[in-house]
Design a protein around this ligand. Structure first.
Ligand SMILES: CC(=O)N[C@H]1[C@@H](OP(=O)(O)OP(=O)(O)OC[C@H]2O[C@@H](n3ccc(=O)[nH]c3=O)[C@H](O)[C@@H]2O)O[C@H](CO)[C@@H](O)[C@@H]1O[C@H](C)C(=O)N[C@@H](C)C(=O)N[C@H](CCC(=O)O)C(=O)O
Ligand SMILES: Nc1ncnc2c1ncn2[C@@H]1O[C@H](COP(=O)(O)OP(=O)(O)OP(=O)(O)O)[C@@H](O)[C@H]1O
Ligand SMILES: N[C@H](CCC[C@H](N)C(=O)O)C(=O)O
Ligand SMILES: [Mg+2]
Length: 493
């Protein structure tokens, strides 16, 4: 794992009875424990990790870190073991700090982005801006680690051990700049508390994840913790003040003494003044500190201008010269699976793939397409299983209100009955056509396109699998769009 073994006290921890063993590695899952490891037994959503302390000890754990409840749960096993016991009030946060000390290094300049939608887009644009300025950079999140160092990731914000292992590996490869996504789960579970941030960004706050967070306020507080807890006082907060909750976020940041750069379409430091959309992208005019700029963005979707300006604010907040940042914006390219032109029919009708999986994202993506569509706007939409059930009818409603033809299909039903999920989406889109099989829905959506029409395939973006039960069946919306166009037109336009 790290270059050298460290003792418990080297990791900033204090064990009971003055014990201070050398640690050979860290694990958050008892099944990953090896001889000499520190096992972090965390309170979980299903079960307390302390239930597994007995297995961790059997695997040779030299230390166990948990909370008071965990120590009580495993009292008997711990009493008969030599392993050091570390009791912390907040073991998830302690694990984050421990992992940072264990892996030692991270890219020296780092920014994190939170918000319901746009985290992947903003962090990818920020990485592209750094790269275009000649700086070695990565982005980490839903699409894995991308840029000058690449690696797959299972989570948008990985748990601390994976996160710091990845950051140390990137640093060892000479990466000095990293942009990461801070999901609300990641923030609530303190996954990124050990990361040293230079700047942090906020995109927007709308409906999602009410399966995990008990209330809307709790969901907001989880996101606000990026500024309230994780970003240090000398950090720079870059905040979209067009969002209803943006001003609240800015107040939290200012309350911590952080410098704030506001981004928006009205009265913001980095202010979008006007936008001219065309079929290949857009020209934007914006102001920053009394100067006005005009740049070309080769990106489809008016909302991508907001994401690009937020990424620009973060680059500036991390020390870049504003002029240099604005000079490279014309080099930015489409983020995989975000308003990505997947195929075009022979009659000229385009098919876009987009990762809109919240009501606001479905509405935003369809509204972004509308000015480009002279005929009818067709959308294929579905909602994920084992995820926020409240958003399903709202996603259907957003589709019905903003498109002319709606197909409701499956999107990762996971452990749930796909028909029940579709029925919930259909509640919001009673006029929609139900086609459970996603490939067939795409074929029918493409078939419905006449000249001047356009199709949005929402929900799966860059994903390459359909999760049904415990199986991941190969499935790629971009590929399926081409397959459908080939089947109907005989070739790709
Ligand atoms: C709902 C959720 O976030 N769960 C995370 C949480 O697990 P949990 O509290 O549910 O775990 P649990 O099953 O109750 O078990 C408690 C503890 O016992 C441990 N255990 C369990 C079994 C065993 O044999 N041995 C053992 O040691 C587990 O590792 C865990 O630490 O803590 C674990 C360790 O930190 C995480 O791996 C796990 O993420 C799971 C895998 C997950 O799927 N998370 C998703 C929902 C997630 O985080 N998504 C966000 C993106 C959301 C978005 O923006 O769209 C993300 O950042 O990816
Ligand atoms: N600034 C924005 N405002 C509203 N909707 C947006 C914005 N940016 C992106 N979207 C929509 O949200 C979708 C997801 O974008 P992106 O992947 O960047 O978000 P994310 O926050 O990383 O999502 P996740 O929670 O899955 O990590 C896009 O495909 C688009 O439809
Ligand atoms: N990060 C999001 C992605 C959702 C994507 C959608 N395809 C789905 O499976 O619901 C989540 O895990 O909730
Ligand atoms: Mg993301």
């Amino acid at each position: 794992m790290a270059a050298q073994a460290k003792t418990v006290s080297d990791l900033g921890l204090t064990a009971l009875q003055g014990k201070n063993p050398e640690i050979t590695g860290l694990a958050v899952d008892s099944r990953d424990v090896k001889d000499g490891y520190l096992f972090a037994a965390l309170p979980g959503t299903q079960v307390h990790g302390a239930t597994f302390i007995q297995f961790a000890l059997r695997m040779g754990a030299a230390a166990v870190m948990t909370d008071a409840e965990g120590a009580r749960i495993a009292e008997a096993e711990l009493a008969t073991s030599d392993a050091a016991l570390i009791i912390c009030e907040d073991p998830r946060q302690a694990l984050a700090y421990t992992a940072a000390l264990w892996f030692e290094h991270q890219p020296p300049v780092m920014a994190a982005v939170t918000g319901t939608n746009g985290k992947t887009s903003v962090s990818t644009f920020l990485r592209m801006i750094w790269q275009a300025m000649g700086l070695p950079a990565v982005n980490l999140g839903t699409t894995g680690v991308e840029g000058d160092f690449e690696a797959p990731l299972m989570h948008t914000t990985p748990e601390p051990i994976t996160l710091h292992r990845t950051l140390a590996a990137a640093h060892a490869e000479g990466i000095d700049y990293a942009a990461m996504e801070a999901s609300s789960h990641g923030l609530a579970q303190r996954r990124l508390d050990g990361v040293q941030l230079t700047a942090a960004g906020f995109t927007n706050f709308t409906q999602d994840h009410l399966d995990y967070h008990a209330t809307f306020d709790e969901y907001f507080d989880a996101k606000a913790a990026l500024f309230d807890r994780v970003l240090p006082e000398d950090g720079v907060a870059v905040i979209n003040t067009d969002d209803m909750r943006g001003p609240d976020m800015a107040a939290i940041a200012r309350g911590r003494g952080q410098a704030v750069i506001t981004v928006g379409r009205e009265g913001a430091d980095l202010c979008l003044l006007s936008q001219r959309l065309d079929n290949a992208g857009q020209d934007i005019r914006f102001s920053f500190r009394d100067e006005t700029y005009q740049v070309r963005l080769n990106l489809i979707g008016g909302f991508q201008a907001d994401n690009v300006l937020l990424a620009s604010g973060l680059a500036i907040g991390c020390g870049a010269d504003p002029m240099r940042v604005f000079e490279v914006l014309h080099t930015l390219t489409t983020v995989r699976g975000r308003m990505q032109l997947a195929a075009t029919r022979r009659n000229g009708a385009p098919v876009f793939v987009d990762y809109s999986h919240t009501p606001d994202a479905v509405e935003t993506a369809l509204k972004a397409m509308r000015p480009h569509v002279m005929g009818k706007l067709v959308v294929i939409v579905g909602a994920g299983g084992d995820r926020d059930p409240i958003k399903r009818p709202l996603m259907g409603k957003a589709a019905q209100e903003n498109a002319d033809v709606v197909f409701v299909t499956d999107d990762n039903p996971r452990s749930e009955d796909p028909g029940t999920i579709r029925a919930a989406v259909l509640e919001g889109a009673p006029e929609a056509i139900e086609v459970g099989d996603r490939a067939e829905a795409i074929l029918r959506g493409v078939d419905a396109l006449g000249p001047g029409d356009a199709l949005l395939i929402a929900g799966k973006g860059h994903e390459t699998g359909q999760i049904v039960g415990d199986d991941v069946l190969p499935f790629d919306d971009v590929e399926q769009a081409s397959v459908a166009v080939m089947a109907l037109d005989g070739d790709l336009a």
